[in-house]
Write a protein that binds this ligand. Structure first.
Ligand SMILES: [Zn+2]
Length: 522
């Protein structure tokens, strides 16, 4: 596409604007994605995700926004994972009333994820109030001053990573309510892939398929005025090539600036076939021990792919038929959303669905939407499989199950997603013998397994391939298409630094932003 295709006559006469970006999350850590772009007097935020980690650091989600939510012009959302969308209702609660642009698939999933988050926070707060009835009343009065005391702190990502890993099933106060989510969804504004959207005079956004979860997008933000074009590409979370259900990440060949995720910037995934074999082994092991296979996972994304693989393994007689519990207030609706968006599938999946087969249903699956049903899983006949969130053991329903199953040698805790530094998940994955939950120590006697091949993130080679596209094709603003600078985001430091070395070797200039840093782009 040429540079002038999306330029309208009005924006062409705008006087040159200064453009800057501020890094408000997902730097030095994999959670809390939030980037503020200021062009002239306009402000656009890309992603507004939750910080996830040890309970104390999660209170960082309460800190005031770095900009005035009331005057923010628009929010662009790359995808529906909580670490990218989880603070949106808090932004709305703080007064943001502008449009929230994302693909239809993302908005349908985000609605579920945010309702899920509000409900889980409500459950956690109710638990806290039941346990501390006397403090609860006094606490309400304290809260306002406490919230004000959570200040911006440039060291926050480092503290998140080094916090003592522990889990909680309680929070003193929910970040937002279901009413805030209701207001949020009224601001949703769906966009189609590959169709430039004019946000305001001189500023357009184009969403490209990121192949990470349903509806996920890479966002190209372009500022056009008398000063020329400036294009900033936000990778969002990049998916993998050749995985089931979704298309591959879109190659892009021109940008002035790129923000690229680096979750697996220093690691290679095992092949998908090996991941499937390892999963079959884990299931057979649990089946013969009459145990429980506990899989921490986002309710959307990997869960649907896992169900797909389980169905295939069962049909191929590689695993016995074990009951599968999908434990989340909204899990059943997440799978419905997948079925409603066949336009987002790769060709293989689309063909399967057209033939009348539904690969997203495993025979013997049960959704546990309510708390009581969730708690009842512990007494169900074994063996069984259980998928619950959060994926890094930073909260959610899985915390209860850990109390039951960590000390049980017949059980297997199976990690299929990235475990961020400082999370309870990383602590256990690294070989801890004890896990602290609600202040109590639980011995870890279950098996702990890790399968990397189901990751929804590009690995180091796939990241190199995607970024390498910028160096190949000719650019649109007279350059060779290579970005002036590549901001390495969404990674723990080792991963981001390793990726930066390779970016330099590709002939591009890497920049590892710090939390709250502002960079002038022009
Ligand atoms: Zn994601």
């Amino acid at each position: 596409m040429g540079a002038d295709d999306t330029r309208d006559p009005v924006s062409a006469i705008l006087p040159p604007m200064s453009v800057s970006i501020q890094f408000l999350g997902a730097v030095g850590t994999v959670t809390g994605s939030q980037f503020l772009v200021t062009a002239g007097d306009r402000q656009v935020v890309v992603d507004c995700g939750m910080f996830q980690g040890a309970p104390e650091e999660v209170s960082r989600n309460r800190m005031p926004f770095a900009f005035d939510p009331k005057s923010l012009d628009a929010l662009l959302l790359t995808h529906a994972h909580l670490d990218h969308c989880g603070r949106i209702p808090a932004l709305v609660r703080a007064g943001f009333r502008g449009p929230i642009h994302a693909t239809g698939g993302t908005l349908d999933l985000a609605e579920i994820v945010l309702r899920d988050a509000a409900k889980l926070q409500e459950e956690a707060e109710n638990r806290w109030r039941r346990k501390h009835p006397d403090e609860a009343a006094a606490h309400d009065a304290e809260l306002a001053s406490e919230e004000a005391a959570v200040e911006d702190d440039a060291q926050m990502p480092a503290k998140l990573r080094s916090a003592p890993a522990e889990g909680m099933t309680m929070t003193r106060t929910a970040l937002y309510s279901m009413a805030d989510v209701e207001q949020t969804v009224t601001q949703f504004s769906p966009v189609a892939y590959d169709a430039p959207l004019t946000l305001m005079d001189g500023i357009t956004a184009t969403f490209r398929d990121a192949g990470h979860i349903l509806g996920s997008a890479i966002i190209e933000l372009r500022v056009t005025d008398e000063g020329g074009d400036t294009t900033i590409v936000f990778s969002g979370d990049l998916g993998r090539c050749d995985t089931p259900i979704l298309r591959d990440p879109t190659p892009i060949s021109h940008a002035d600036f790129v923000l690229v995720e680096s979750t697996y910037g220093n690691r290679e995934h095992a092949p998908h076939e090996q991941a499937i074999e390892e999963l079959a082994q884990a299931i057979n092991e649990v089946a013969s021990d009459r145990g429980v296979l506990l899989v921490p996972s986002f309710a959307v994304g990997r869960t649907q792919e896992l169900v797909w693989v389980l169905d295939e393994l069962y049909r191929d007689k590689r695993i016995p038929r074990l009951p599968l519990y999908l434990d989340s207030p909204m899990a059943s609706r997440a799978s419905d959303v997948y079925l409603r968006h066949p336009e987002d599938y790769d060709e293989e999946t689309a063909t399967l669905l057209r033939s009348g087969s539904s690969p997203l249903i495993y025979p013997g699956e049960t959704y546990t939407n309510e708390v009581d049903a969730s708690k009842g899983i512990r007494t169900q006949p074994r063996p069984l499989m259980l998928v619950a969130s959060s994926g890094m053991l930073t909260g959610g329903r899985i915390m209860h199950h850990l109390k039951d199953f960590l000390p049980d040698p017949a059980c297997t805790l199976l990690f299929i997603g990235y475990q961020g530094e400082g999370t309870l998940g990383r602590h256990i994955q690294s070989g801890a013998k004890v896990a602290k939950i609600d202040g109590e120590a639980y011995p870890i006697r279950c098996r702990v397994r890790v399968i990397s091949g189901f990751s929804a993130h590009a690995d180091e080679h796939e990241l190199d391939d995607w970024l390498g596209n910028f160096a190949k094709a000719g650019g649109t603003t007279g350059g060779d298409g290579r970005p002036k600078r590549v901001f390495v985001t969404h990674g723990d430091p080792d991963a981001a630094e390793a990726f930066a070395v390779r970016i330099r070797a590709m002939g591009m200039e890497p920049h590892l932003p710090t939390y709250l840093e502002t960079v002038q782009l022009r």
